[in-house]
Write a protein of this length. Structure first.
Length: 502
């Protein structure tokens, strides 16, 4: 950061980039907060901390942190279940866990999480986010749970068809989505101002010009919104459900931040991310956000890519974007109060749709069907249950898929001179493939000499070893030479010899 202050050209590019990121972050900070069921100012506080605190720490030089649409669903559920005062305690503990994981060098291991699980997680979040914000676009309370939101869609459609304020608000939100969809197709000169800011500004202007009866963002002031958690709030999150929420915050925020860092590194030629330091920086940010009672933060790919594309060269740009957010929240808080809630809901509906990788599903299904299944199951599980259970199910499914794929083996039977049969097993013999191995071996004749060759195996687990030894002991009938085993290197010599000499 200090280097950029000495270079006028770099300083100018970083300042311009910070303004672009500020304009992108402003409507998203407010929108994520409102969708999470908390005061709008708490989203701005998280954005400010993401800039001024995390932006000054080592890790990723160009990645920008703040409240993320990806955590909206989880935050909303946490606020509904445990209350707003407990949110700060949950976020603070999650931040401390991130600090611990970073100190223990766990940052790099988050990169080992299956990409299909992460994509499925984001897709599930996107689906729940879209379903929830469709109700917010109509100024209507959203049902709880993904299935409840789906079941309530016919009733929402009826209220829209009947006209009234619901239809007016929905048209404001739909217009916001339309602007966001069309904005990237305009000439580059017109796209100097970020699309979310333009969409929200146009919706706000339309609502004010025509005096439309739509709900607006409620403003209570930056300092008034700060509610540090008390000791009682920490005591209220000792249940299994609360601990699960803390773990979900920690794991999902960490994974999303580090995956975002990997994506940002591919966008520029500057210094690479130190994943352990970045994880600790995120931990510091979430600890501060929790102490202020604000929303949790992650690195946000939308703001980070805007930062890179705007020409940022150092971490000064992300630091300054936090300063601009602070000045706006302190000097112009009333400007937030004129924004229609439907417009912010439209921004999040658009963001939620972008989380669902519709274009990638067909190619993924053709080339890596197992990965596509993991993605779809994770997304549907999040929609049907909740975020934490859906991600856990996705991780378990990914582990099972990997175990199945790595346990490939081949059984070959050949006949030698004199009628002796040789059954050779090659590959990885695990309990997952045991039914197939035994099925093929048990089909061999019981009245001929058989030799079981395990020397070509790369891996033989305990269950398979015991099952093969038992098969060798019992397969051949009385009067026939017992089955001989050529041992796998990992099988103790005494075990192999005892079978072959029986």
């Amino acid at each position: 950061m200090l280097t950029s202050l000495k270079n006028p050209a770099v300083l100018r590019r970083d300042i311009l980039a910070s303004l672009v990121v500020f304009l992108v972050a402003l409507p998203l900070c407010v929108g994520v907060a409102v969708a999470s069921g908390v005061p709008a100012e708490l989203g701005l506080i998280t954005g400010i901390v993401g800039g001024l605190v995390v932006g000054a720490l080592p890790g990723s030089s160009l990645q920008v942190s703040g409240p993320a649409a990806g955590l909206t669903v989880l935050v909303y559920e946490a606020v509904q279940e445990f209350g707003l005062p407990a949110l700060g305690a949950i976020v603070l503990i999650s931040g401390l866990l991130q600090l611990l994981l970073g100190a223990l060098k766990f940052g790099r291991w988050f990169r080992a999480i299956s990409v299909a699980v992460v994509q499925g997680m984001l897709a599930g979040i996107g689906l729940v986010l879209v379903l929830g914000q469709v109700y917010a676009m109509a100024d209507t309370d959203q049902p709880s749970g993904g299935l409840g939101k789906l079941a309530g869609l016919p009733g929402l459609a009826d209220s829209l068809l009947s006209g009234g304020t619901a239809l007016t608000a929905f048209l404001i939100g739909a217009g916001t989505v339309a602007v966001l969809v069309l904005w990237p197709r305009l000439p580059a000169r017109a796209r100097v101002v970020p699309g979310p800011l333009v969409a929200v500004a146009l919706a706000t202007a339309a609502a004010a010009l025509f005096d439309l009866p739509v709900a607006k963002v409620e403003v209570q002031g930056l300092l008034e919104a700060v509610q540090p958690p008390g000791l009682g709030d920490f005591g209220s999150i000792t249940t299994v459900a609360a601990i699960g929420t803390v773990l979900a915050f920690t794991l999902i925020a960490s994974a999303e931040s580090l995956f975002s860092a990997a994506a940002v590194d591919r966008m520029h030629d500057g210094p690479r991310t130190d994943y352990d330091k970045e994880l600790m920086a995120q931990g510091v940010g979430n600890t501060v956000c929790g102490a202020l009672g604000a929303l949790p933060m992650t690195a946000v790919i939308v703001r980070s890519s805007a930062n890179v594309q705007a020409g940022a060269r150092t971490s000064l740009s992300r630091f300054l974007h936090g300063l601009w957010l602070l000045l706006f929240a302190a000097l112009l808080p009333a400007a937030i109060g004129v924004i229609p809630l439907a417009a912010l809901a439209g921004v999040l509906v658009h963001a939620g749709c972008k989380l669902v990788p519709v274009k990638d599903l067909v190619p993924l299904w053709r080339e890596h069907r197992g990965e596509a299944v993991v993605l779809l199951v994770t997304a549907v599980a999040i929609l049907v249950t909740n975020l934490f259970e859906g991600v856990v199910l996705g991780l378990l499914l990914a582990v099972c898929k990997t175990a199945w794929e790595t346990s490939h083996l081949h059984v070959e039977v050949r006949e030698l001179t004199g009628g002796r049969l040789v059954a050779s097993i090659t590959g990885n013999a695990t309990f997952l493939r045991l039914p197939r191995i035994l099925e093929e071996l048990e089909s061999l004749p019981q009245d001929r000499p058989i030799e079981l060759d395990l020397s070509g195996l790369r891996h033989l687990d305990h269950a398979c070893r015991i099952a093969l030894e038992n098969w060798a002991l019992r397969h051949n009938t009385a009067g026939t030479e017992p089955v001989r085993m050529l041992p796998f290197e990992g099988v103790p010599a005494q075990a192999a010899s005892s079978v072959s000499s029986t």
